[in-house]
Design a protein around this ligand. Structure first.
Ligand code: FMN
Length: 312
């Protein structure tokens, strides 16, 4: 049974990837999870410099999900390369770095530094974080901005370039197309949905940033629809995510068109989810007599219900 999947020039041993911001820098989980068994790890978003993020409270639970406005707290790209990358390398992890920027130049500079470092497998460009004032989502909500960040980074790296798209737009597939035209090797989707939660007793927002990003099972059907729409529009690989909490959820994204899947919020519920997900995928392939998981990608059957009845 072949669980491997390809993201442009990069082959992953399986399609299960830890989503950015929900798995630290990977090393924090090393005592619990054998990092080399994951398809890849996307580390927390990195700017050039360290960042403190927003003050607490930064997280609140919601029905079937959570709202966060961390504000991209992070150690900066230089400390990551010096302090975290060597251990990730030693543990055999496939490392994708989530690249952030307040300006186009910052995306390019962070990407250039990471391209010179040993042990980075791909760059995921975070043009979709809803929780920062400058950069990020401003690029991801503009077709020109998306094109410019991808093509700017493309020029300075030979690593696979994977922009991460925001769902906070009307037609996400046009953004996937802009990314493809700019030379992206794949697209990740979705980042979190802009949302807010209010405490009615105090009439105060429940997180300090007032608004934040919604993640978890609550967003899954919307994310699946967006992956499906992008699959109809672009040929490059898709890394799908949004509320995956078990193997069936992961399969749903792959059948809709995702070549790989990322798992974020579920890590906070069950950090040991990875072996269950992998076993669930293998079990499905066996039950359905499918030799290669790649054959499942985009295999959704959209015949009309009456045709289904006639042919069966
Ligand atoms: C606490 C938290 C921090 C996050 N930090 C990042 C980040 O640094 N960069 C990024 O691109 N996405 C970040 N995300 C978004 C996730 O990677 C993912 O796109 C989103 O949560 C949807 O997947 P999920 O429902 O499986 O969590 C963060 C999400 C959460 C909940």
């Amino acid at each position: 049974m072949d669980l491997s999947t390809r993201i442009g020039p990069l082959t992953l041993k399986n399609p299960l990837i830890a989503a950015s911001g929900c798995f630290g820098y990977g090393v924090e989980y090393a005592d619990l999870v054998d990092l080399s068994t994951l398809g890849a790890i996307v580390v927390k978003g990195l700017f050039l410099a360290e960042r403190e993020g927003h003050p607490a409270p930064r997280i609140v639970e919601t029905p079937a999900g959570m709202l966060n406005a961390i504000g991209l707290q992070g150690i900066g790209v230089h400390r990551f390369v010096e302090e975290k990358l060597p251990e990730l390398r030693a543990r055999g992890a496939t490392v994708i770095v989530n690249v952030c920027g307040t300006t186009l130049d910052e995306y390019v500079e962070v990407s250039r530094i990471l391209s010179d470092a040993e042990g980075v497998a791909a760059l995921e460009l975070n043009i979709s974080c809803p929780n920062i004032k400058e950069g990020g989502i401003q690029f991801g909500c503009s077709l020109n901005g998306t094109f410019d960040v991808v093509s700017g980074v493309r020029k300075v790296t030979r690593l696979p370039v994977i922009p991460k798209l925001t769902p906070n737009v009307t037609d996400v597939a046009t953004f996937a197309r802009a990314a493809e035209e700019a030379g992206a090797d794949g697209v990740s989707l979705v980042n979190t949905f802009l949302a807010m939660v209010i405490d009615v007793e105090t009439r105060r927002p429940k997180i300090s940033n007032i608004v934040g990003g919604l993640s978890g099972p609550a967003i899954r059907p919307i994310a699946v629809r967006m992956v499906y729409e992008c699959r109809q529009t672009v040929k490059i690989p898709i890394l799908g995510m949004g509320g995956i909490a078990d193997a069936r959820d992961a399969l749903e994204f792959m059948i809709a068109g995702a070549d790989a899947v990322q798992v974020g919020t579920a890590n906070f519920v069950d950090p040991l989810i990875w072996s269950k997900l992998l076993d669930g995928l293998a079990d499905y392939l066996q039950r359905h007599n499918i030799a290669r998981i790649a054959d499942l990608v985009g295999s959704i059957d959209i015949r009309a219900r009456d045709q289904e009845w006639i042919s069966s």
